[in-house]
Design a binder for this molecule. Sequence first.
Ligand code: HEM
Ligand code: NAG
Ligand code: NAG
Length: 159
Amino acid sequence: MITTILVVLVILYFVRKIYTEIASSSNPLAAGEHLRDATIVQGKFTPKTLAKYNGRDSDRIFISVKNRVYDVTQGAAFYGPGGPYENFAGRDASRGLALNSFDPAVLTPLDQPIDDLKNLSKIELESLESWDEHFENRYKIVGTLHENGTVKEEDEKSL
Ligand code: HEM
Ligand SMILES: *[C@@H]1O[C@H](CO)[C@@H](O)[C@H](O)[C@H]1NC(C)=O
Ligand SMILES: CC(=O)N[C@H]1CO[C@H](CO)[C@@H](O)[C@@H]1O
């Protein structure tokens, strides 16, 4: 019995350690470098144009939270190919963050209107809010998310 508890504790310790290492190696503030352009480039994205920034088809990784687009490239260990949250890369992550789910099925398909998030519960909205704060503190906003067909091509190209 005691042995089981010890084994569980040791496993938990290592899981935490690995995550902390990933987090600190990808923390833009800790890393200090790679802060590329200091200027904030504001672009307009649609679900379809955002999808390119998934870390496979592009070096940069963007995700959208409540219709604001964050550059999470520094968190590639989380969102890049093979990362634990790669399902969010290039996508509107709002509902996944609200539900604390990285199930890709939770996210709205690219050919559907943007999720209006209207049917979230109070607890889910609070979860989304605190994730949004986490992203605000950690990543740069590079633009906003718009319904497909509403963004002029030159606005997309400006990024
Ligand atoms: C298996 C259970 C899970 C474990 C052990 C876990 C662990 C962690 C840890 C240790 C961090 C780093 C925190 C830090 O930055 O200091 C983290 C970050 C994060 N987790 Fe999880 N997590 C789990 C489940 C989930 C789920 C279900 C979601 C779905 C929304 C999620 C989304 C995130 C996000 C978005 C971040 C922030 C990454 C960033 O800063 O860019 N996690 N997780
Ligand atoms: C809430 O809305 C989403 C997207 O519009 C839908 O997929 C989901 O099934 C809805 N959930 C409930 C409980 O109505
Ligand atoms: C607002 C809007 O026009 N949304 C459309 C985006 O494209 C898909 C089909 O590709 C439509 O189903 C949406 O209504």
